[in-house]
Design a protein around this ligand. Structure first.
Ligand code: SF4
Length: 432
């Protein structure tokens, strides 16, 4: 079969920084993957991705180092276990995220994620959008992740027995970060798919190629955007939810000890370790794994399984979590290791930062992005770092870093700019 290079992105494939290599992104609704699927991913990664998978801040998995000859067989092998990655990259509705699978009421959130994922993935009506379109479903606003989505749905109190969500719109990071705004309060869950359709139609019809929804809202204003979306008769339609036997696979743990977390430094997980986690999931956790927004893997111990035994199995799989520096929450994008846009070797920088941080610093939330695209979401971290440019040094072209601090603002702001790596590490030692 001939490869259609124009449309590779729609299949979740990007060219990698290194010539003749590609990245395949695996689109997981709410970051959920079954043990059987994880074993397949581990097998593929061991064979064609140099034995490593990368966990993303949107709960996806990326396989790097594929050659052109690998693309079709890998896509077919993933599809055979239900991992179809249509729209994982490119101008489409991306993987729907949910950081609230441990919250009470999580099955309702997961079920909404799956409904949106099913409806918009591979739907040709929504595959020629000006740019990516990101959706999240969250239990509350605590993490701020609803603010960086094109549409963020946050659970609102039920009323009249109707499941309801607040709707946040037009957020995004990148070079011009812009927090989402509250588009509508307490909409019935059954109205959300028609609402997404209207937003996508308004977005596609009015936005130049390459621009996000936030660009359109900046151009026409919040009130005009709200009018165009909420006064469109199509938005008033209700698509009643029909309960599904498989609407939700994840159950919140019965007790806090039933939540297991495998800490994965900078999201780089050896294929063998993924297979070992799949084994723990099969034996103790209902065969389900969750990739978190902090690039870790969470498992919920199933009713009837012993949390202590499950924890021992996790430790035996290499995830004892006894070193506090391995448990630091530090989100890291691929940077120059694999990404064409990268300006810095982010994983090396992450290791240097983790070594340099004070004891108090290990309890903070960190993020490092290899360029202004901000894939690691540094503006949501308590301490964020962005490689912002390259500068000429005697040693050659080296990255400069901007340091962000969050405080009580929706997004962190730069407090230091243009730092060399050594200057950055000096600043890091003072934080805590
Ligand atoms: S932030 Fe930049 S360097 Fe990092 S993955 Fe995104 S585009 Fe690539």
């Amino acid at each position: 079969m001939q490869i259609d290079r124009q449309n590779l992105r729609l299949e979740g494939i990007y060219p990698q920084r290194q010539k003749d290599h590609f990245m395949q992104r695996i689109k997981l609704p709410a970051g959920i993957i079954s043990a059987e699927q994880a074993l397949t991913v581990a097998e593929v990664a061991g064979r064609v991705a140099r034995g490593m998978v990368h966990l993303t801040t949107r709960g996806s998995i990326e396989l790097h180092w594929l050659t052109e000859d690998d693309l079709i067989p890998v896509a077919a092998q993933l599809a055979r276990v239900g991992l179809v990655n249509r729209g994982a990259c490119g101008g489409a509705v991306r993987g729907v995220v949910c950081g609230s699978l441990g919250a009470a009421g999580a099955p309702r959130l997961e079920s909404l994620v799956r409904k949106i994922h099913r409806y918009f993935s591979g739907n040709p009506r929504f595959e020629k959008l000006p740019k990516k379109f990101k959706i999240a479903v969250e239990a509350d606003t605590a993490t701020g992740r609803h603010l960086i989505q094109d549409l963020g749905f946050v659970a609102a109190p039920d009323a009249d027995g109707v499941s309801r969500f607040d709707v946040w719109a037009a957020g995004g990071l990148g070079r011009e970060p812009s927090p989402g705004f509250l588009l509508a309060r307490a909409l019935p869950e059954d109205s959300l798919i028609p609402l997404v359709e209207t937003v996508l139609r308004v977005y596609e019809a009015n936005t130049p190629p390459g621009k996000r929804l936030k660009h359109l809202v900046r151009e026409i204003g919040v009130e005009e955007f709200r009018r165009r979306v909420l006064e469109d008769p199509a938005t008033a339609e209700l698509l009643p939810t029909v309960p599904s036997l498989t609407g939700a696979l994840v159950r919140p743990p019965e007790q806090p000890a039933g939540r297991l977390e495998a800490h994965v430094f900078s999201g780089e997980l050896p294929a063998d370790s993924l297979a070992a986690l799949a084994d723990v999931a099969t034996r103790f956790c209902g065969g389900v794994l969750m990739i978190t927004g902090d690039q870790n893997v969470v498992l919920h111990v199933a009713p009837g399984s012993d949390p202590d035994e499950a924890r021992q199995a996790l430790a035996a799989a290499g995830f004892a979590g006894s070193d506090p520096r391995e448990r630091v929450v530090i989100r890291v994008c691929p940077g120059t290791h694999e990404c064409m846009m990268g300006l810095a070797p982010t994983r090396e920088v992450a290791r240097a930062i983790t070594d340099a941080m004070s004891e108090a610093g290990t309890s903070l939330n960190w993020a490092i992005s290899g360029c202004h695209n901000s894939c690691a979401q540094p503006q949501l971290a308590e301490v964020g770092i962005i490689a912002s440019r390259l500068a000429n040094d005697p040693a050659g072209r080296t990255p400069r870093f901007d340091l962000y601090r969050k405080g009580d603002r929706p997004f962190g702001i730069p407090v230091q700019q243009g730092l060399t790596l050594n200057e950055l590490l000096e600043e890091i030692r003072r934080i805590g």
